[in-house]
Write a protein that binds this ligand. Structure first.
Ligand code: HEM
Length: 311
């Protein structure tokens, strides 16, 4: 009996200590009755954005990560404060390409053109769907997106803390564990670098100095400064070539190559390099977990009418 009492008290204490189960309120069919065609409308809009610019898909995927990693997935990254103090003006966010913002704003306009849906779908959810569609329409996995997030009202420059391309494995793990994500999640999500590019300033310091870099790749990179280089050798395809490139010493950022150099993460890189299906499954699962970070409810959020401004 005493044991049972102790167990009950322990479980109660655990409940009080652990953060609220925000994930529980998210579900894929959240808008089923509110906006039945949501998914096809967003997908159609993302397809049009991608036809307009090859930068749309990479920029949108990165935008989702930068939103979720700072104050949770609440589309706070899209807020433009009149006083200029907002997330996207932090140096770590100033390299976000405008195409990602356009993709979400266009998808929101497409959703709102249906009177039934107007101002009923959060920018945070449209961003989560647009990120998934960017992945899928680039050849990556299709997966169900959990929905029901509310938009935040606050965005400040000082709140931005993001991983840097100079990070080693411990630093990368430290950052992702602060979001409740595992090393495997981190390695799978880094596979987002199968799309897009990085400016010379992010990798130039490694060229000719980092022994982990393949010499032929280094020679090739010398020609890309000033300018940019692609994060993997098939930058428009969402595939596992990013991991195969790491195996060949062709990781562009230090934080990419570290995943292969460090023996503690190399096995997972090898697995994804050998098995694209395993990468796709783990990426989808990790995106779902990333999508649960710091989710807001009606109590502390809103459905923003214009993704750029709080209501
Ligand atoms: C693991 C830690 C990460 C670091 C250190 C990192 C760092 C960077 C850097 C330095 C760039 C180049 C930015 C530029 O030149 O403008 C970049 C680009 C990019 N990142 Fe990451 N990133 C990380 C994780 C992620 C995650 C989790 C995702 C998404 C799942 C992601 C998606 C992207 C994409 C798609 C691009 C290309 C953007 C474009 O071409 O517009 N990154 N990242």
């Amino acid at each position: 009996m005493r044991r049972l009492q102790f167990l009950a008290a322990f479980l109660l204490a655990l409940g009080a200590l652990s953060p609220p189960m925000v994930a529980a309120q998210l579900r894929p069919d959240y808008y089923k009755n509110i906006c039945p065609n949501l998914e096809s409308v967003v997908r159609g809009s993302v397809r049009r954005s991608m036809a307009q610019s090859p930068a749309a898909a990479p920029a949108t995927l990165r935008l989702f990560f930068h939103d979720c990693a700072v104050k949770g997935c609440d589309a706070s990254i899209m807020i433009m404060n009149p006083n200029g103090d907002d997330e996207w003006r932090n140096p770590d966010d100033q390299t976000l390409k405008p195409e990602g913002f356009y993709t979400v704003i266009s998808a929101k306009a497409a959703v709102d053109s249906d009177p039934q849906c107007r101002n009923k779908v959060s920018c945070a959810d449209i961003l989560a769907l647009a990120a998934r569609d960017s992945v899928f329409l680039s050849g990556g996995p299709d997966y169900q997106v959990e929905l029901g997030r509310y938009d935040g009202r606050v965005s400040t420059r000082a709140s931005v803390v993001l991983p840097h391309g100079t990070f080693n494995l411990d630093q990368l793990n430290g950052f992702f564990s602060s979001l409740g994500l595992s090393q495997t999640d981190m390695i799978a999500l880094s596979g987002g670098h199968t799309l897009g590019a990085a400016s010379c300033g992010f990798f130039q310091y490694r060229v000719g100095t980092d022994p982990a870099m393949d010499p032929a790749f280094a020679a090739q990179l010398r020609g890309s400064c000033p300018g940019f280089a692609f994060l993997d050798s098939t930058p428009l395809r969402f595939d596992n070539v990013y991991y195969r490139d790491l195996r060949g010493g062709k990781g562009l950022l230090g934080s990419d190559q570290a995943l292969y150099t460090d023996a503690r993460s190399r096995g997972t890189v090898e697995r994804y390099a050998a098995d694209q299906g395993a990468f796709f499954r783990d990426f989808a699962a990790a995106m779902t977990r990333l999508g649960r970070v710091g989710v807001r409810t009606a109590a502390d959020g809103e459905i923003r009418r214009d993704c750029r401004f709080p209501n």
